[in-house]
Design a protein around this ligand. Structure first.
Ligand code: ATP
Length: 349
Protein backbone atom coordinates (compact mmCIF):
# COMPACT_ATOMS: atom_id res chain seq x y z
CA UNK A 1 0.00 0.00 0.00
CA UNK A 2 1.17 3.51 -0.63
CA UNK A 3 0.21 7.12 -0.94
CA UNK A 4 -0.70 8.64 -4.28
CA UNK A 5 0.83 11.92 -5.52
CA UNK A 6 -0.45 13.68 -8.59
CA UNK A 7 1.64 16.69 -9.57
CA UNK A 8 0.72 19.23 -12.27
CA UNK A 9 -1.01 16.63 -14.42
CA UNK A 10 -2.59 17.79 -17.69
CA UNK A 11 -4.42 15.77 -20.34
CA UNK A 12 -6.22 17.14 -23.43
CA UNK A 13 -8.42 15.52 -26.05
CA UNK A 14 -8.08 17.80 -29.09
CA UNK A 15 -9.08 21.27 -27.91
CA UNK A 16 -10.62 19.97 -24.65
CA UNK A 17 -8.41 20.17 -21.57
CA UNK A 18 -10.05 17.31 -19.70
CA UNK A 19 -7.55 17.51 -16.81
CA UNK A 20 -5.79 20.82 -16.34
CA UNK A 21 -2.70 21.11 -14.14
CA UNK A 22 -4.07 18.98 -11.30
CA UNK A 23 -2.01 18.51 -8.15
CA UNK A 24 -3.42 16.23 -5.44
CA UNK A 25 -1.97 14.14 -2.62
CA UNK A 26 -3.86 11.15 -1.28
CA UNK A 27 -2.19 10.05 1.97
CA UNK A 28 -1.48 6.37 2.57
CA UNK A 29 -4.55 4.47 3.74
CA UNK A 30 -6.89 7.43 3.29
CA UNK A 31 -10.08 7.81 1.31
CA UNK A 32 -10.42 10.74 -1.10
CA UNK A 33 -13.57 11.50 -3.06
CA UNK A 34 -13.31 13.44 -6.33
CA UNK A 35 -16.46 15.50 -6.71
CA UNK A 36 -17.51 17.48 -9.75
CA UNK A 37 -20.21 17.95 -12.36
CA UNK A 38 -20.50 15.77 -15.45
CA UNK A 39 -17.64 16.34 -17.89
CA UNK A 40 -15.27 18.04 -15.39
CA UNK A 41 -12.55 15.42 -15.90
CA UNK A 42 -13.07 12.98 -13.02
CA UNK A 43 -12.94 9.76 -15.05
CA UNK A 44 -10.01 11.04 -17.10
CA UNK A 45 -8.10 11.62 -13.86
CA UNK A 46 -8.79 8.03 -12.74
CA UNK A 47 -7.75 6.68 -16.13
CA UNK A 48 -4.47 8.61 -15.92
CA UNK A 49 -3.76 7.15 -12.48
CA UNK A 50 -4.65 3.63 -13.65
CA UNK A 51 -2.35 4.03 -16.67
CA UNK A 52 -5.04 3.69 -19.35
CA UNK A 53 -4.06 7.21 -20.47
CA UNK A 54 -0.73 9.04 -20.35
CA UNK A 55 -0.46 12.64 -19.09
CA UNK A 56 0.99 15.19 -21.53
CA UNK A 57 2.66 16.93 -18.60
CA UNK A 58 3.06 16.39 -14.87
CA UNK A 59 3.74 13.24 -12.91
CA UNK A 60 1.98 10.50 -10.95
CA UNK A 61 3.68 8.57 -8.14
CA UNK A 62 2.66 5.70 -5.86
CA UNK A 63 4.74 6.23 -2.76
CA UNK A 64 8.28 6.87 -4.02
CA UNK A 65 7.68 5.19 -7.37
CA UNK A 66 6.92 7.53 -10.26
CA UNK A 67 4.59 5.62 -12.61
CA UNK A 68 4.13 8.41 -15.19
CA UNK A 69 5.98 11.66 -15.81
CA UNK A 70 8.54 13.55 -17.84
CA UNK A 71 11.55 11.46 -18.81
CA UNK A 72 10.08 8.44 -16.98
CA UNK A 73 9.17 5.28 -18.80
CA UNK A 74 5.45 4.87 -17.99
CA UNK A 75 4.65 1.85 -15.85
CA UNK A 76 1.96 -0.16 -17.72
CA UNK A 77 -1.46 -0.54 -16.04
CA UNK A 78 -0.98 -4.21 -15.15
CA UNK A 79 2.22 -3.36 -13.24
CA UNK A 80 0.80 -0.42 -11.27
CA UNK A 81 -0.95 -2.54 -8.62
CA UNK A 82 -4.13 -0.57 -9.05
CA UNK A 83 -7.59 -1.96 -8.30
CA UNK A 84 -10.34 -0.48 -10.46
CA UNK A 85 -14.06 -0.64 -9.62
CA UNK A 86 -16.25 0.77 -12.40
CA UNK A 87 -19.91 1.85 -12.30
CA UNK A 88 -21.38 -1.57 -13.06
CA UNK A 89 -20.91 -4.60 -15.24
CA UNK A 90 -17.45 -5.24 -13.85
CA UNK A 91 -17.95 -8.94 -13.16
CA UNK A 92 -17.47 -11.75 -15.65
CA UNK A 93 -21.02 -13.10 -16.10
CA UNK A 94 -19.88 -16.67 -16.94
CA UNK A 95 -17.69 -17.02 -13.81
CA UNK A 96 -18.95 -17.59 -10.28
CA UNK A 97 -18.14 -15.23 -7.41
CA UNK A 98 -15.06 -17.21 -6.31
CA UNK A 99 -13.58 -17.20 -9.83
CA UNK A 100 -14.34 -13.50 -10.22
CA UNK A 101 -12.64 -12.63 -6.92
CA UNK A 102 -9.55 -14.73 -7.57
CA UNK A 103 -9.27 -13.59 -11.20
CA UNK A 104 -6.57 -10.98 -10.53
CA UNK A 105 -4.43 -13.18 -8.28
CA UNK A 106 -1.14 -14.48 -9.67
CA UNK A 107 -1.54 -18.03 -11.04
CA UNK A 108 0.42 -19.69 -8.22
CA UNK A 109 -1.46 -17.77 -5.48
CA UNK A 110 -4.74 -18.77 -7.11
CA UNK A 111 -3.73 -22.44 -7.04
CA UNK A 112 -2.33 -22.53 -3.49
CA UNK A 113 -4.42 -20.13 -1.45
CA UNK A 114 -7.11 -18.87 -3.80
CA UNK A 115 -9.91 -20.40 -1.68
CA UNK A 116 -8.66 -18.77 1.51
CA UNK A 117 -8.34 -15.42 -0.19
CA UNK A 118 -11.88 -15.66 -1.59
CA UNK A 119 -13.23 -16.47 1.91
CA UNK A 120 -11.22 -13.61 3.41
CA UNK A 121 -12.46 -11.15 0.77
CA UNK A 122 -16.12 -12.22 1.12
CA UNK A 123 -15.89 -11.66 4.85
CA UNK A 124 -14.22 -8.31 4.28
CA UNK A 125 -17.02 -7.03 2.05
CA UNK A 126 -19.62 -8.52 4.44
CA UNK A 127 -21.08 -11.17 2.13
CA UNK A 128 -21.96 -14.75 3.25
CA UNK A 129 -19.29 -17.39 2.53
CA UNK A 130 -21.71 -19.51 0.48
CA UNK A 131 -22.05 -16.73 -2.09
CA UNK A 132 -18.81 -18.03 -3.59
CA UNK A 133 -20.75 -20.42 -5.85
CA UNK A 134 -23.24 -17.87 -7.16
CA UNK A 135 -23.01 -16.28 -10.56
CA UNK A 136 -23.28 -12.49 -10.90
CA UNK A 137 -26.87 -12.68 -12.21
CA UNK A 138 -27.84 -14.36 -8.91
CA UNK A 139 -26.73 -11.29 -6.94
CA UNK A 140 -28.38 -7.90 -6.33
CA UNK A 141 -26.71 -4.79 -7.74
CA UNK A 142 -25.25 -3.90 -4.33
CA UNK A 143 -23.89 -7.43 -3.83
CA UNK A 144 -22.32 -7.33 -7.29
CA UNK A 145 -20.53 -4.09 -6.40
CA UNK A 146 -19.22 -5.65 -3.18
CA UNK A 147 -17.88 -8.59 -5.19
CA UNK A 148 -16.29 -6.12 -7.63
CA UNK A 149 -14.56 -4.45 -4.68
CA UNK A 150 -13.50 -7.85 -3.30
CA UNK A 151 -11.98 -8.68 -6.69
CA UNK A 152 -10.09 -5.39 -6.82
CA UNK A 153 -8.76 -5.87 -3.26
CA UNK A 154 -7.78 -9.55 -3.58
CA UNK A 155 -4.30 -8.90 -5.06
CA UNK A 156 -3.61 -6.29 -2.29
CA UNK A 157 -3.31 -3.29 -4.65
CA UNK A 158 -1.36 -0.14 -3.87
CA UNK A 159 -4.35 2.05 -4.70
CA UNK A 160 -8.03 1.35 -5.37
CA UNK A 161 -9.87 3.59 -7.84
CA UNK A 162 -13.67 3.61 -7.73
CA UNK A 163 -15.52 5.25 -10.63
CA UNK A 164 -19.05 6.09 -9.45
CA UNK A 165 -19.42 2.51 -8.16
CA UNK A 166 -22.81 3.09 -6.52
CA UNK A 167 -24.55 5.20 -9.15
CA UNK A 168 -26.74 2.38 -10.47
CA UNK A 169 -28.04 1.45 -6.99
CA UNK A 170 -31.19 2.84 -5.41
CA UNK A 171 -30.85 5.22 -2.46
CA UNK A 172 -31.04 2.76 0.50
CA UNK A 173 -28.82 0.12 -1.07
CA UNK A 174 -26.45 2.80 -2.23
CA UNK A 175 -25.83 3.99 1.28
CA UNK A 176 -25.41 0.54 2.87
CA UNK A 177 -23.11 -0.63 0.03
CA UNK A 178 -21.03 2.54 0.29
CA UNK A 179 -20.62 2.03 4.06
CA UNK A 180 -19.57 -1.60 3.59
CA UNK A 181 -17.04 -0.61 0.92
CA UNK A 182 -15.70 2.13 3.18
CA UNK A 183 -15.26 -0.33 6.07
CA UNK A 184 -13.50 -2.87 3.83
CA UNK A 185 -11.06 -0.23 2.57
CA UNK A 186 -10.42 1.01 6.10
CA UNK A 187 -9.87 -2.52 7.42
CA UNK A 188 -7.19 -3.12 4.79
CA UNK A 189 -5.72 0.39 5.15
CA UNK A 190 -6.04 0.82 1.40
CA UNK A 191 -5.39 4.16 -0.30
CA UNK A 192 -8.55 4.90 -2.28
CA UNK A 193 -9.92 7.48 -4.68
CA UNK A 194 -13.64 7.52 -5.44
CA UNK A 195 -15.20 9.59 -8.21
CA UNK A 196 -18.74 10.86 -7.74
CA UNK A 197 -21.05 13.71 -8.63
CA UNK A 198 -23.15 13.03 -5.52
CA UNK A 199 -22.39 15.64 -2.84
CA UNK A 200 -23.74 13.56 0.06
CA UNK A 201 -21.66 10.57 -0.96
CA UNK A 202 -18.54 12.70 -1.37
CA UNK A 203 -18.89 14.37 2.02
CA UNK A 204 -20.02 11.38 4.08
CA UNK A 205 -17.42 8.84 2.90
CA UNK A 206 -14.23 10.82 2.58
CA UNK A 207 -11.25 11.84 4.64
CA UNK A 208 -10.54 14.35 1.88
CA UNK A 209 -12.81 15.83 -0.80
CA UNK A 210 -11.25 17.04 -4.07
CA UNK A 211 -13.60 19.33 -6.00
CA UNK A 212 -13.05 19.57 -9.78
CA UNK A 213 -14.48 22.09 -12.22
CA UNK A 214 -13.64 22.41 -15.90
CA UNK A 215 -10.65 20.05 -15.60
CA UNK A 216 -9.15 21.96 -12.69
CA UNK A 217 -8.93 21.01 -9.04
CA UNK A 218 -10.56 23.96 -7.28
CA UNK A 219 -10.33 22.74 -3.67
CA UNK A 220 -9.11 19.74 -1.74
CA UNK A 221 -9.79 19.64 1.97
CA UNK A 222 -11.66 17.75 4.68
CA UNK A 223 -15.42 17.33 4.12
CA UNK A 224 -16.28 19.88 6.82
CA UNK A 225 -13.84 22.44 5.44
CA UNK A 226 -15.17 22.06 1.90
CA UNK A 227 -18.73 22.45 3.20
CA UNK A 228 -18.18 25.25 5.72
CA UNK A 229 -15.35 27.08 4.02
CA UNK A 230 -15.64 26.46 0.27
CA UNK A 231 -12.97 28.13 -1.82
CA UNK A 232 -15.50 30.16 -3.83
CA UNK A 233 -19.31 30.60 -4.04
CA UNK A 234 -19.52 28.14 -6.96
CA UNK A 235 -17.95 25.40 -4.85
CA UNK A 236 -20.34 26.38 -2.04
CA UNK A 237 -23.32 25.89 -4.34
CA UNK A 238 -21.93 22.65 -5.69
CA UNK A 239 -21.32 20.92 -2.35
CA UNK A 240 -24.69 21.82 -0.86
CA UNK A 241 -27.45 24.41 -0.80
CA UNK A 242 -26.14 27.94 -0.34
CA UNK A 243 -27.65 31.38 -0.07
CA UNK A 244 -25.20 33.80 -1.69
CA UNK A 245 -25.98 37.45 -0.92
CA UNK A 246 -24.21 40.72 -1.70
CA UNK A 247 -23.05 42.56 1.42
CA UNK A 248 -20.80 45.26 2.80
CA UNK A 249 -18.12 44.14 5.21
CA UNK A 250 -16.40 46.10 7.92
CA UNK A 251 -14.00 44.08 10.05
CA UNK A 252 -15.60 40.92 11.40
CA UNK A 253 -19.18 42.01 10.52
CA UNK A 254 -21.11 42.53 7.32
CA UNK A 255 -24.49 44.03 6.47
CA UNK A 256 -26.74 42.23 3.98
CA UNK A 257 -30.42 41.57 3.21
CA UNK A 258 -30.52 39.19 6.20
CA UNK A 259 -29.28 41.92 8.57
CA UNK A 260 -25.89 41.99 10.26
CA UNK A 261 -23.85 38.80 10.14
CA UNK A 262 -20.58 37.78 11.81
CA UNK A 263 -17.76 36.76 9.43
CA UNK A 264 -15.36 33.82 9.63
CA UNK A 265 -12.50 36.24 8.92
CA UNK A 266 -12.35 40.04 8.66
CA UNK A 267 -13.08 41.74 5.32
CA UNK A 268 -13.67 45.26 4.01
CA UNK A 269 -16.03 46.66 1.39
CA UNK A 270 -18.22 44.88 -1.13
CA UNK A 271 -18.38 41.11 -0.59
CA UNK A 272 -20.44 38.06 -1.53
CA UNK A 273 -21.67 36.28 1.61
CA UNK A 274 -22.32 32.54 1.74
CA UNK A 275 -24.93 31.35 4.21
CA UNK A 276 -26.00 27.71 4.52
CA UNK A 277 -29.82 27.27 4.72
CA UNK A 278 -29.51 25.56 8.12
CA UNK A 279 -27.86 28.76 9.41
CA UNK A 280 -31.03 30.73 8.65
CA UNK A 281 -33.20 30.67 11.76
CA UNK A 282 -36.92 30.93 11.00
CA UNK A 283 -38.70 32.65 13.85
CA UNK A 284 -42.40 31.82 13.87
CA UNK A 285 -43.23 33.32 17.24
CA UNK A 286 -41.39 36.64 17.55
CA UNK A 287 -40.99 39.63 15.30
CA UNK A 288 -37.18 39.54 15.58
CA UNK A 289 -35.01 39.50 12.49
CA UNK A 290 -35.74 40.35 8.86
CA UNK A 291 -39.34 39.97 7.79
CA UNK A 292 -40.29 37.80 4.83
CA UNK A 293 -43.14 35.82 3.32
CA UNK A 294 -43.00 32.03 2.91
CA UNK A 295 -43.29 31.08 -0.77
CA UNK A 296 -42.98 27.32 -0.59
CA UNK A 297 -42.23 24.54 1.92
CA UNK A 298 -40.69 21.21 0.90
CA UNK A 299 -41.32 18.75 3.71
CA UNK A 300 -38.85 15.85 4.09
CA UNK A 301 -40.00 14.44 7.47
CA UNK A 302 -36.78 14.90 9.44
CA UNK A 303 -36.56 18.50 8.23
CA UNK A 304 -37.94 20.86 5.63
CA UNK A 305 -36.75 23.50 3.18
CA UNK A 306 -38.54 26.80 3.47
CA UNK A 307 -38.40 29.25 0.57
CA UNK A 308 -38.85 32.81 1.81
CA UNK A 309 -39.03 36.12 -0.08
CA UNK A 310 -37.76 39.08 1.92
CA UNK A 311 -39.45 42.50 1.81
CA UNK A 312 -36.85 43.76 -0.71
CA UNK A 313 -37.56 40.77 -2.99
CA UNK A 314 -34.46 38.71 -2.07
CA UNK A 315 -35.16 34.96 -2.14
CA UNK A 316 -33.69 33.00 0.81
CA UNK A 317 -33.83 29.32 1.56
CA UNK A 318 -33.93 28.13 5.16
CA UNK A 319 -33.68 24.59 6.46
CA UNK A 320 -35.48 23.77 9.68
CA UNK A 321 -36.72 20.82 11.74
CA UNK A 322 -39.89 19.32 10.33
CA UNK A 323 -41.74 19.22 13.68
CA UNK A 324 -43.30 22.66 13.51
CA UNK A 325 -42.96 24.58 10.29
CA UNK A 326 -44.70 27.46 8.53
CA UNK A 327 -46.83 27.15 5.40
CA UNK A 328 -46.87 29.16 2.17
CA UNK A 329 -48.20 32.68 2.73
CA UNK A 330 -47.05 32.92 6.40
CA UNK A 331 -45.06 35.91 7.56
CA UNK A 332 -41.82 34.87 9.29
CA UNK A 333 -38.71 36.58 10.64
CA UNK A 334 -35.25 35.36 9.69
CA UNK A 335 -31.85 35.76 11.26
CA UNK A 336 -28.49 34.18 10.61
CA UNK A 337 -26.80 32.04 13.22
CA UNK A 338 -23.11 31.09 13.26
CA UNK A 339 -20.28 32.51 11.20
CA UNK A 340 -20.55 33.51 7.55
CA UNK A 341 -17.87 33.23 4.89
CA UNK A 342 -17.23 36.39 2.78
CA UNK A 343 -15.80 36.35 -0.77
CA UNK A 344 -14.70 39.08 -3.09
CA UNK A 345 -17.57 39.64 -5.53
CA UNK A 346 -17.18 37.98 -8.96
CA UNK A 347 -15.20 40.18 -11.35
CA UNK A 348 -13.40 42.17 -8.64
CA UNK A 349 -9.58 42.17 -8.74
P1 ATP B 1 -19.03 12.17 -16.05
O1 ATP B 1 -19.35 12.53 -14.63
O2 ATP B 1 -20.14 12.56 -17.00
O3 ATP B 1 -18.57 10.74 -16.24
P2 ATP B 1 -16.32 13.21 -15.98
O4 ATP B 1 -16.17 14.29 -14.99
O5 ATP B 1 -15.87 11.85 -15.59
O6 ATP B 1 -17.82 13.13 -16.51
P3 ATP B 1 -14.55 12.91 -18.24
O7 ATP B 1 -15.18 11.65 -18.73
O8 ATP B 1 -13.23 12.80 -17.60
O9 ATP B 1 -15.55 13.70 -17.29
O10 ATP B 1 -14.44 13.91 -19.48
C1 ATP B 1 -13.83 15.19 -19.37
C2 ATP B 1 -13.89 15.88 -20.73
O11 ATP B 1 -13.04 15.19 -21.66
C3 ATP B 1 -15.27 15.90 -21.35
O12 ATP B 1 -15.42 17.13 -22.02
C4 ATP B 1 -15.24 14.75 -22.33
O13 ATP B 1 -16.11 14.97 -23.41
C5 ATP B 1 -13.79 14.74 -22.77
N1 ATP B 1 -13.30 13.39 -23.11
C6 ATP B 1 -13.17 12.35 -22.25
N2 ATP B 1 -12.65 11.26 -22.87
C7 ATP B 1 -12.46 11.62 -24.17
C8 ATP B 1 -11.95 10.95 -25.32
N3 ATP B 1 -11.50 9.69 -25.27
N4 ATP B 1 -11.91 11.64 -26.49
C9 ATP B 1 -12.33 12.92 -26.55
N5 ATP B 1 -12.81 13.62 -25.50
C10 ATP B 1 -12.87 12.98 -24.32
Amino acid sequence: MSSLSITGVTKSFGATRAVDDVTLDVPHGSFTTVLGPSGCGKTTLLRLIAGFLAPESGSIAFGDTVVAGDRVRPVPPQDRRVGYVPQEGALFPHLDVAANISFGLPREARATRGDDRVAEMLELVELPADFRHRRPDELSGGQQQRVALARSLAPAPAVVLLDEPFSSLDAGLRDSTARAVRRALQATNTTALLVTHDQNEALSLADQVAVMRGGRLVQSASPSEVYLSPSDPQVAEFVGRAVVLPGTAHGDRAACALGEVVLTSPAEGEVALMVRPEQVFVDLAHAEGVRGTVQEVSYYGHDCAVQVRLGDGTPVQARMAGVRHPVAGDTVHLRVTGLVRAYRPAGSP
